[in-house]
Write a protein that binds this ligand. Structure first.
Ligand SMILES: C[S@@+](CC[C@H](N)C(=O)[O-])C[C@H]1O[C@@H](n2cnc3c(N)ncnc32)[C@H](O)[C@@H]1O
Length: 303
């Protein structure tokens, strides 16, 4: 590849990054500890606002026409959860982030009580009487009795959990029998071991880049759901409609990482947790286009 060619595949991007970064060394180190997740979001708070959404949505936008990115598309995920919410319900958001989803829903359903839990909750733009946000690790929720919630939803947050069986069991405990659990997250299309070296490295860098546990396959996620007593009501693959957002993020990351000198300066001067997020943006679109990573919507019911 000549110096001026833009790396356009995972293999090319990995070869290119190996020129200025020891990838194996960069990947090493466990980032599943809640303290690391919290500091990752603290470090990237402003970048999320600037790059993802000014309104505070911290997830991929699901494009309506599949071709263009629009800030309006950020409400796709909470609007799916909305389909299962009824008057008088109690609803919980796991990993509510800067609060954009829960605020959107709490305004839509004034007679529904909403709780949001996050390790690093953003400052809410508005306060509503039917909405409580608590700074808390949702892997343990002792304040909530068994069978408390009608609907629980989690948008791009469970990927952080390395012990999904334990977390799903806790979620099941606080969900009412017949209650709905809505999950949006990214997963591997196939088992990690089935990928070639470059795609394995890309997946590890993306996991590291998002302070996630090593991303599990769709089959592994669904096995965890079944083992903890959740039945799949419906599921969708949303990889295509998030592509415009992934390409947008890739373009921004490429402005730095396509240029070894700029990349070296950025890696030397900025915190690791910030730089790793840029790597996620750089690799995410091609990893999805090459069929390694997929974006899923699951609607589940407590058995
Ligand atoms: C990618 S952001 C998504 C935020 C929000 N769901 C949204 O769609 O805008 C993931 C969020 O999950 C939170 N998080 C991750 N692990 C958590 C845990 N164990 N307990 C509470 N919050 C957690 C992070 O602090 C972060 O705000």
């Amino acid at each position: 590849m000549s110096q001026n060619t833009t790396p356009a595949t995972i293999a090319e991007k990995i070869q290119h990054m190996e020129k200025f970064l020891d990838l194996e060394k960069f990947i090493n180190g466990d980032k599943n500890d809640p303290k690391d997740i919290e500091s990752y979001y603290k470090t990237n708070h402003a970048a999320y606002r600037r790059v993802h959404s000014k309104a505070g949505f911290m997830h991929f936008h699901v494009s309506k026409d599949g071709k263009t990115f629009s800030p309006e598309d950020a409400s796709y995920q909470p609007d799916v959860a909305a389909q299962f919410i009824k008057s008088g319900d109690r609803v919980l958001e796991l990993g509510s982030g800067q609060g954009a989803n829960i605020l959107h829903l709490a305004k839509k359903f004034p007679d529904v009580t909403f709780d949001g839990l996050d390790l690093f909750p953003g400052k809410m733009a508005e306060e509503l009487p039917n909405l409580t946000i608590t700074k808390q690790d949702y892997t343990q929720m002792p304040q909530f009795a068994d069978n408390t919630f009608d609907v629980i939803y989690a948008i791009e947050t469970l990927v952080h959990c390395s012990d999904k069986l334990k977390v799903f069991a806790e979620i099941k405990r606080v969900l009412k029998p017949g209650g709905i659990f809505v999950v949006f997250d990214y997963a591997l299309k196939n088992a990690y071991e089935s990928y070639d070296r470059e795609n394995q490295l890309a997946v590890s860098l993306i996991s590291k880049g998002g302070a996630a546990a090593l991303i599990e396959s769709v089959a592994e996620w669904e096995d965890f759901f079944a083992k903890t007593g959740f039945a799949v009501v419906s599921k969708k693959d949303l990889t295509e409609p998030i592509m415009p957002d992934l390409r947008r993020l890739e373009h921004r990351a490429a402005c730095i990482l396509d240029h070894p000198f700029r990349a070296k300066v950025v890696f030397k001067t900025l915190p690791n947790q910030f730089v790793s997020n840029i790597i996620l943006g750089y690799l995410g679109a091609d990893s999805a286009a090459e069929g390694a990573i997929v974006y899923k919507e699951w609607v589940l019911k407590k058995d």
